[in-house]
Ligand binder design. Structure first.
Ligand SMILES: Nc1ncnc2c1ncn2[C@@H]1O[C@H](COP(=O)(O)OP(=O)(O)OP(=O)(O)O)[C@@H](O)[C@H]1O
Ligand SMILES: [Mg+2]
Length: 354
C-alpha cells in the first residue's frame, strides 16, 4: 500500500452510492459491497483558517518542497497566495530555515517587480507558511512556450524592469540564486504587462546574516536549477550578484529563442557546458546578442558589474529601483531635486496617509 504524505490522503469513491471514504484499507464499499475506485487526494489544508485571518481556498501549484494555495483574507475580503512547506519537509531543519529565509529575504525588498510577502506563521500540523500577494498571470516560461519568443521591444521593456527589481535586491544584500523563466511571473496592471520576480527559496542575504547562510550551504551543496546556473554556482564556489546576472543572461536567451542556452544529457553535462561550453551565436537579434553574451560571460569579471549596468545596456535609461511609495512621491512632484537651484521651489502637494 502506498504511504500517503502527511496532510493529504487518498480518497476512495463508490460509483454506486457516491460514498467517499478516506480509509486506505477500504477496497469494497462498506455500504453496498461495490468495488471502490481511487478518487484522488484530499488536501487537509483546504478550508483551514490560518492566523485567524486567511482561509485556504484551493491548491494552485504543488512543487517538490512547497505548495501554493489561493487563500482569502476573510475580514478584508481579499484573495492572497499562501506558500506552505510540504509536510514531508517539516522535520528537516535546513528546509525550515530556508523557508524562513525566503520570507526574510523578500520582506527586505519593496519593489513593484518583486512579490510582496506580508505574513508568516505555522499551519496547525506544524508546517510554516507565508502569505503573499496573489498575482494573476503566467510565468515567463509558460508564456514563451505557449506564444513563442518575445519581440525585441517587449524583451527590452520587461528585462529593463527585471533589472530594476534585481538592482534593488542586490543593493539590499539579497542574491536570488534561482533566476529563471519559471520564477518570473508576467502579470498585468491596468493592461500594462509587468514582470514580477518570485521564489526566493534559495536566496542569500548578505552580509549581516552570512553566518546563517554558511550553515545552510556548508556541505558544498549545489543549489539552483542547472539550466540557468552560473559557472561559479555549478562549482559550489562563493557567489555574488554577478551570478544572478549570468542566470538572467540565460533567461534572456530563453526569452529570445524559446530554449535555454545549454542543455546536456544530464544535469552534470549541463553544468559542464555552463563552465566550458560556447554559447551558439547567430540565434539572437544582432543588437541584443552582445548584451546577452556579456551577461553570460564565463568569468564573473567579464560580465556587467551590476543589474543597473545590464538594464541600462538594454534601453539606455537608468533602471528604476524605487518602491511604490517613492514612485508615488516622485509622480506627485515631492522629493524631486530642482534642476536649477535658482528656480523658485515647486509648490508642494499635500498628502494625507491613512
Ligand atoms: N504570489 C503568487 N501568486 C500567484 N501564483 C503564484 C505566486 N507564487 C507562486 N505562484 C505559482 O506557483 C508556482 C510555484 O511557485 P514558486 O516558484 O514560488 O515555488 P516552487 O518553484 O514550486 O518551489 P519549490 O520548488 O521549492 O517547491 C509559480 O510558478 C506560480 O505559478
Ligand atoms: Mg519556482
Amino acid at each position: 500500500m502506498e504511504k500517503n504524505a502527511p496532510g493529504s490522503s487518498k480518497l476512495k469513491l463508490c460509483t454506486a452510492c457516491d460514498g467517499i471514504f478516506e480509509n486506505p484499507d477500504f477496497f469494497i464499499c462498506p455500504r453496498d459491497g461495490n468495488k471502490l475506485i481511487e478518487a484522488g487526494r484530499v488536501d487537509r489544508l483546504i478550508g483551514v483558517m490560518l492566523n485567524e485571518r486567511y482561509r485556504v481556498v484551493e491548491q494552485l501549484h504543488r512543487g517538490g518542497r512547497t505548495t501554493i494555495y489561493r487563500g482569502r483574507h476573510e475580514l478584508m475580503g481579499r484573495d492572497v497566495a499562501i506558500k506552505v512547506l510540504n509536510p514531508e519537509w517539516v522535520c528537516d531543519q535546513i528546509s525550515i530555515k530556508r523557508f524562513q529565509q525566503e520570507a526574510q529575504a523578500v520582506s527586505h525588498l519593496q519593489h513593484p517587480g518583486v512579490v510582496t510577502v506580508y505574513d508568516y506563521g505555522f499551519v496547525p500540523s506544524g508546517q510554516p507558511f507565508m502569505v503573499m500577494d496573489l498575482l494573476p498571470g503566467e510565468t515567463l516560461h509558460t508564456k514563451v512556450v505557449q506564444e513563442g519568443p518575445l519581440s525585441s521591444a517587449r524583451f527590452r521593456k520587461l528585462f529593463w524592469e527585471i533589472c530594476g527589481a534585481m538592482a534593488q535586491a542586490h543593493d539590499r544584500g539579497v542574491v536570488h540564486r534561482d533566476l529563471k523563466p519559471a520564477n518570473i511571473l508576467l502579470t498585468g496592471i491596468d493592461e500594462v504587462e509587468v514582470p514580477i520576480i518570485i521564489d526566493f527559496s534559495i536566496a542569500r542575504l548578505m552580509p549581516s546574516s552570512s553566518k546563517t547562510n554558511q550553515s545552510l550551504t556548508q556541505t558544498g551543496e549545489i543549489l539552483g536549477t542547472p539550466l540557468y546556473m552560473s559557472p561559479e554556482q555549478c562549482l559550489a564556489a562563493s557567489i555574488d550578484a554577478r551570478s544572478d546576472i549570468y542566470s538572467l543572461g540565460c533567461t534572456m536567451f530563453f526569452a529570445l529563442t524559446g530554449e535555454p542556452p545549454f542543455r546536456g544529457d544530464s544535469n552534470i553535462d549541463t553544468m559542464e557546458l555552463h563552465m566550458m561550453g560556447r554559447v551558439e551565436t547567430g540565434r539572437l537579434p544582432p543588437d541584443l546578442e552582445p548584451i546577452v553574451l556579456k551577461a553570460m560571460a564565463k568569468n564573473h569579471r567579464d560580465r556587467y558589474a551590476s543589474m543597473d549596468q545590464l538594464g541600462e545596456a538594454l534601453t539606455g535609461k537608468p533602471v528604476d529601483k524605487r518602491n511604490w511609495h517613492e514612485r508615488g512621491l516622485y509622480l506627485a512632484g515631492v522629493g524631486e531635486k530642482s534642476k536649477d537651484q535658482n528656480e523658485p521651489p515647486k509648490k508642494r502637494k499635500r498628502f494625507w496617509f491613512f
